[in-house]
Design a protein around this ligand. Structure first.
Ligand SMILES: [Zn+2]
Length: 199
């Protein structure tokens, strides 16, 4: 091991930091990148560089976009009084696919005791500020239907309650423990159609 080139070790170590990539997979990916045509490997590096330079968090809703405010926030044809609160930008893409026409607030994660994610690690402060402006007729808490997603929705509901805004949650049709990023479009459409009020 000690004799292996330091630049290769560095690549393996960086790949190992990616979610879901263990040391074995990191090693396999690194050697794959050394085996393919140089051009192909360099194009991957360039794609990472290009996307990181071009794409930023929208300063209003915190989703990822090349422009700020993002293409959703700056679209006048959308319903700017309907707010959908999601955990990740990935979920924005899912709701866009099913034709949702309101706007979003991306929390950038969810509260988690196990992972040590606290309210100040998310964009909760910014959400409360947006809602306090009073321009929303409805705020739908579309966090995932699992333990941490439900817990996050409860904390948000508590914090948003005094704003007087109408709070809803996605319909129970979403299988418990599933993730919004993975359910079918028809289930997701039903879930947003049948959203229920939170008291
Ligand atoms: Zn935005």
């Amino acid at each position: 091991m000690a004799s292996r080139d330091r630049t290769i070790e560095n690549l393996i170590e960086r790949l190992n930091r990616l979610p879901g990539v263990g040391p074995k997979t990191a090693e396999r990916l690194a050697f794959h990148l050394l085996r393919v045509e140089q051009q192909e490997a360099l194009e991957l590096a360039q794609a990472i560089e290009a996307v990181r330079k071009a794409v930023k968090n929208c300063s209003v809703c915190f989703q990822l976009d090349a422009s700020d405010p993002c293409s959703v926030c700056s679209d006048d044809t959308r319903e700017h009084n309907m707010l959908l609160v999601v955990e990740d930008p990935r979920e924005v893409a899912r709701f866009e696919d099913i034709g949702y026409r309101g706007v979003y607030h991306v929390l950038q994660g969810r509260l988690s005791q196990i992972e040590g994610v606290k309210p100040e690690d998310l964009t909760i402060e910014q959400l409360l500020k947006r809602v306090a402006d009073g321009s929303f007729r409805e705020v739908c808490l579309a966090t995932n239907p699992d333990l941490e997603g439900e817990g996050t929705a409860m904390v948000l509901a508590e914090k948003l309650h005094k704003s007087g805004v109408s709070l809803t949650r996605l319909a129970r049709g979403l299988p418990a423990g599933s993730s919004i990023a993975q359910v079918s479009s028809s289930i997701l459409s039903d879930a947003i159609e049948g959203r229920r009020p939170l008291s």
